[in-house]
Design a protein around this ligand. Structure first.
Ligand code: ADP
Length: 205
């Protein structure tokens, strides 16, 4: 079985996805990591950007100047959508490949996909877990983690589908507005349910 973990930025997707994977003994991968890998020199994503973006976006050693690109897409919707058009199909293809490989090996997989619902990819997975946290908590976590202003944190939340709307698509919702321990308890309950339903027999301890 493969489970997609999604939610809002700063809601705690990475924490929840990694914790769940450990509890149920599943492999875990993240769409963001796949994207970062695709942008390494010589990889498919890198080659596409090299073809379509100005030389200013590359450092002297050939590497992509990620901070500059991040800043540029933040201020230009056109550039952001150009980048998305180039990269999202590659990320999607790799995600599908990894899911297929896991099924072949009979491995369970937890996949963190921030834009799962915005992209309409949920049917590629057996189940969807949405990580919820209230807006105030998400804002604080984004500001602390990424050292950004409140305006920048608000802007990154505004780019995504509202979190309560995402929860409507979920097979399971984990409310991560509280402490780590509170979320771990919810995850233990979910792992127990999965174990009882024989999807992950005996793997949750
Ligand atoms: P996302 O992947 O959804 O953007 P992260 O998992 O990176 O979010 O979490 C955002 C930040 O909040 C991280 O610095 C993380 O350590 C912190 N965090 C996540 N869950 C909790 C929690 N329950 N309590 C306190 N801090 C948390």
């Amino acid at each position: 079985m493969n489970i997609a973990v999604t939610g809002g930025i700063g809601s705690g997707k990475s924490f929840v996805a990694e914790s769940l994977a450990k509890m149920i003994g599943a492999e875990s991968i993240s769409a963001d990591q796949i994207c970062r890998d695709l942008l390494k020199i010589g990889q498919l994503g890198y080659k596409e950007i090299r073809k379509h973006f100005a030389a200013d976006f590359f450092l002297a050693d050939g590497q992509l100047n990620r901070p500059l690109l991040r800043k540029a897409i933040f201020t230009s919707d056109t550039l952001r959508s150009q980048l998305d058009t180039l990269l999202h199909p590659l990320v999607h293809e790799e995600l599908l490949f990894r899911c297929k490989e896991a099924k072949k090996k009979d491995h369970n997989l937890v996949v963190e996909v921030p834009l799962l619902l915005e992209k309409g990819w949920q049917d590629d997975f057996d189940a969807t877990l949405v990580v919820y946290a209230d807006d105030k908590t998400c804002l604080k976590r984004i500001m602390d983690r990424d050292m950004v202003s409140v305006d920048d944190a608000c802007a990154s939340i505004a780019c995504q589908m509202p979190l309560p709307e995402k929860c409507e698509f979920a097979d399971w919702v984990i409310d991560n507005s509280g402490s780590y321990d509170e979320s771990l308890k919810q995850l233990e309950q979910l792992a127990e349910e999965l174990s009882k339903s024989n999807i992950f027999p005996g793997k949750h301890k």
